[in-house]
Structures are given as structure tokens and as C-alpha cells.
Design a protein around this ligand. Structure first.
Ligand SMILES: [Zn+2]
Length: 314
């Protein structure tokens, strides 16, 4: 368990000055009380857990406001970040993904707080990163899966659009109310972030977790949500994508069988398909992906962060 880093941002709101001006013009007991109350500056306390993360991990952001707000929203990598209010308190949590290819020691999270008096505070928080060297993995697969033939271009372009549309489907509220689970309780055959070289050609880093399993082994959905994709794709084979709300999705690739269709509601642990070896694979396994604010993150970090959230939320 890592210690949370706490940072404080104190802001004096503009209306303190306008009230001070009024007091100078019309001194009265009532106004003087108002100025005293307003002079207690608005405090925003923000922290991240873990206190630093490797690029590609998810992080838990905790925001505590001294004043009641109407709404808190955020953006990271130009994607929406959803803040979850904790009961009647002025405390919020958000779960944010970082880019595995991110350089430098931080990534910017922009936050906007809308108060009931229609005042707005906007500020940036730097999510702290630590450098890691992901291992290199050399793989040999069928040639057409490294350099697809020209005739596959139309299909690939169409599939990119469909995947993008599936990931665009979300709800601002979570569909789940419990931590995420692993879809298979087996060992990993490949971890997240590995720099992959297919038949000698460097490709994008591995954007999920590969779980061992023979063809036909049942695959559980990681959490409650809605199926937004269930179809055969060129690289990822039989592909299922589940929307969980909050801009968060889980993905299941290379399946031999898919037993849910688009629009189906699923509960955490439901069997949605079976392990297979469809698409670009060297053998049977389940590729498990977790996507949030537009980025695939390390599924293990995402599971940890949600466990942490449920142990701290109210
Ligand atoms: Zn994989």
C-alpha cells in the first residue's frame, strides 16, 4: 500500500474583494459578518494513490472541497474524467488512466469545480509518473497478421470505425457497484506494456494482459455492464467489449465462442464467451483489456485502484 501524496490548492474567490468594497462604502454589522465568512478562503485538497505510477497504470484521484459544489468534472488526454461524489460530503473520487507511451514525470489532469453560486474554479493537477523499462517480447505469427494484404485495408478501416464507436458508448454513472474481477483465474502468458516485435517488425506495446487457458474455457465478465461489441475482427479475432459507465470499458479478445450480443446487460462474473485462438495469436489465450479516458491501461493496476476505491468510498 502506498502513501497518498497530498497537495493543497488555496484560492481566494473574487467575491471576497467585491464584499470588501461594499463594506468600505456601507459599513454595517451584517456586511462585516459576511466578509469574515467569505475571507475564509476556499480550500481544495487533492491527492493521488499510488503517489507515483508507471506510465500505463490507472490512478485514484481524491478531491476534498471546503465548500459544497454543484458539479466537478475533469479532462485528461482530452477525454472526460468522471468524478464520483461521496454521499453528502464534499469529497470526490475519480479513476484516471495514463498513456503507456507517456514521456516525462507527469501528466496533466484538468479539473473544473462549479459552485452553486455559479462561480467556477479551474486548475490543473500533475499526476506523478515514474519511469519503467517494459520488457521486449519477440513473437512469430502468420505473415498476413504483421503486414496485412492490400485487400484487407477496407475491412481494417471499417473495423477501426466500429471499435471507436463501441468505445464511445458510455454513461456518466457507473453501471457497477463492486470491484472488478479477473475474467480467468489462470497465470499470465504475457503482461501489459511489453514492447512487441512481430516477425522482426516492432509494433505497438502490448495493451492488455494475456491469460492462459485452453480453447473452450469459460470467460467471466470482469464487472457489471452492457455489451457494446461482439464480433470477429481481423487482429483481435472474436472480440467482446463491455461498457461499465464512467467512460470505462473492458475487452476480451481471441474468443472461440461469444454467447452475448450487443445491447445485452451482464452482471459481474457472468460467462460471456470461451477462450479461443482467433485473430493474431501464437496459441490459445484470453487477451484482457481495460480502457478508460481513451487509453488502454494495465488491467492489474485498474483492478487495484478499484479495490482501493471501494475500501475508501462511502
Ligand atoms: Zn494480448
Amino acid at each position: 500500500m502506498s502513501v497518498a501524496l497530498r497537495r493543497f490548492i488555496t484560492m481566494n474567490k473574487l467575491y471576497i474583494y467585491s464584499l470588501t468594497l461594499l463594506l468600505m462604502l456601507f459599513p454595517s454589522a451584517a456586511l462585516s459578518d459576511a466578509v469574515a465568512a467569505a475571507a475564509d478562503s476556499v480550500t481544495i485538497e487533492i491527492s493521488q494513490t499510488p503517489s507515483e505510477i508507471p506510465p500505463g497504470d490507472a490512478v485514484l484521484i481524491n478531491l476534498k472541497l471546503s465548500n459544497n459544489a454543484a458539479m466537478v468534472s475533469g479532462k485528461c488526454y482530452k477525454h472526460d474524467v468522471y468524478f464520483m461524489k461521496q454521499g453528502d460530503t464534499n469529497e470526490y473520487f475519480a479513476i484516471v488512466g495514463t498513456d503507456v507511451s507517456q514521456k516525462g514525470d507527469h501528466v496533466k489532469l484538468s479539473i473544473i469545480v462549479n459552485y452553486h453560486d455559479s462561480e467556477i474554479e479551474s486548475f490543473d493537477f500533475d499526476i506523478s509518473l515514474i519511469a519503467v523499462e517494459y520488457p521486449v517480447e519477440k513473437l512469430t505469427v502468420a505473415k498476413k497478421l504483421v503486414t496485412p494484404p492490400k485487400k484487407a485495408n477496407k475491412r481494417l478501416a471499417e473495423e477501426r470505425k466500429l471499435v471507436k464507436a463501441a468505445y464511445a458508448k458510455t454513461t456518466p454513472e457507473p453501471e457497477f457497484s463492486e470491484p472488478f474481477i479477473m475474467p480467468l483465474n489462470t497465470k499470465f502468458s504475457s503482461t501489459f506494456g511489453r514492447r512487441r516485435i512481430y516477425n522482426g517488425v516492432p509494433k505497438a506495446p502490448h495493451n492488455g494482459l494475456d491469460l492462459r487457458g485452453n480453447v473452450g474455457k469459460p470467460v467471466k465478465v470482469s464487472n457489471t455492464g452492457t455489451i457494446v461489441m461482439a464480433r470477429d475482427l481481423y487482429f483481435t479475432g472474436n472480440t467482446m467489449i463491455v461498457s461499465h459507465g464512467l467512460g470505462l470499458h473492458t475487452a476480451y479478445f481471441h474468443l472461440s465462442n461469444m454467447n452475448k450480443k450487443v445491447g445485452d446487460k451482464v452482471k459481474r462474473g457472468d460467462i460471456i464467451g470461451k477462450v479461443g485462438m482467433t485473430g493474431r495469436v501464437t496459441g490459445p489465450h484470453l487477451h484482457f483489456g481495460v480502457k478508460m479516458n481513451g487509453l488502454y491501461v494495465n488491467p492489474l493496476s485498474a483492478l487495484d485502484v478499484f479495490n482501493d476505491y471501494y475500501s475508501r468510498s462511502r
